[in-house]
Design a protein around this ligand. Structure first.
Ligand code: GAR
Length: 207
C-alpha cells in the first residue's frame, strides 16, 4: 500500500478528487496518511478531517526563520513515512533538502501545459490570467515530478483543454480543473501506486 502525504494551501478540490478516486476504486493500493497545509484557513483541511484523514497546519508565519519552518515541515512529513508526497494546490516553495530526500517521490499538478505558462510567478488563477492575456486557444494541466526548479521536473501526464472566447480566468480555471486536473492527478497516483511509472534519464516512462 502506497503511503501518501498531501500538501495543500487552499480550497482542496484536487485533494477531494484524490479522496473520491480512492473511495470509488479509481486509485488502488494507496492510502492518504496525512494532509498538511501552510495555511490554517485552507478548506482542504476541513475536507481531510471530514474524510477521517489526519490534517495538520504548519504555517511559516509561526516561525522566526524560514529554515525553522522547513525543518518542521520535513520532520512532520517524516512522522508519516510517506512513499509519495503529492502537491495538490500547494503554494509553498519546498525546501531543497526535502526535494533531495524524496527524489522522484514528489508530484505536483500545474494548471497549464508545461513548458507554457509555468515557472516563478505562475500559480493558481494567475496562470489562467496570463493564458487569456496571450490569447491561447488551448491550455490544460500537467502532472509532473518535482525537482529543484520551478515546474521543471519530469512530466508524467498532460491533458489539453479548449479556451473559449468569453472565458474569464475563473471560468477557465474551473474548466481546466474539471476536464484535466481532477483526472490526471488521481490517474498518476494510481499509476505510481501500481508500479506503472518509472523515471529514466529525466523522463517518465509508462510501463
Ligand atoms: C489548482 O488549479 C492547481 O493546479 C494550482 O492551484 C489550484 C489549487 O486548487 N496549483 C498551482 O498553481 C501550483 N503551481 P485546489 O486547492 O482546489 O486543488
Amino acid at each position: 500500500m502506497l503511503r501518501v502525504g498531501i500538501l495543500v494551501s487552499g480550497g482542496g478540490t484536487n485533494l477531494q478528487a484524490i479522496i473520491d478516486a480512492i473511495n470509488t476504486g479509481k486509485i488502488t493500493n494507496a492510502r492518504i496518511e496525512v494532509v498538511i497545509s501552510n495555511n490554517p484557513n485552507a478548506y482542504a483541511l476541513t475536507r481531510a478531517r471530514d474524510n477521517g484523514i489526519e490534517a495538520v497546519c504548519i504555517s511559516p508565519k509561526t516561525f522566526d526563520k524560514r529554515e525553522q519552518f522547513n525543518d518542521a515541515l520535513l520532520l512532520k512529513l517524516k512522522e508519516y513515512n510517506p512513499d509519495l508526497i503529492v502537491l495538490a494546490g500547494c503554494m509553498v516553495v519546498l525546501p531543497e533538502k526535502l526535494i533531495k530526500e524524496y527524489r522522484n517521490k514528489i508530484i505536483n499538478i500545474h494548471p497549464a501545459l508545461i513548458p507554457s505558462f509555468c515557472g516563478t510567478g505562475y500559480y493558481g488563477l494567475k496562470v489562467h490570467e496570463k493564458a487569456l492575456e496571450r490569447g491561447v486557444k488551448l491550455t490544460g494541466a500537467t502532472c509532473h515530478f518535482v525537482d529543484e526548479g520551478t515546474d521543471t521536473g519530469p512530466i508524467i501526464s498532460q491533458k489539453a483543454v479548449e479556451v473559449m472566447d468569453n472565458d474569464t480566468p475563473e471560468i477557465l480555471q474551473k474548466r481546466v480543473m474539471e476536464q484535466a486536473e481532477w483526472i490526471i492527478m488521481p490517474q498518476a497516483i494510481d499509476d505510481i501506486a501500481n508500479g506503472r511509472i518509472k523515471v529514466e534519464n529525466g523522463k517518465v516512462i509508462h510501463i
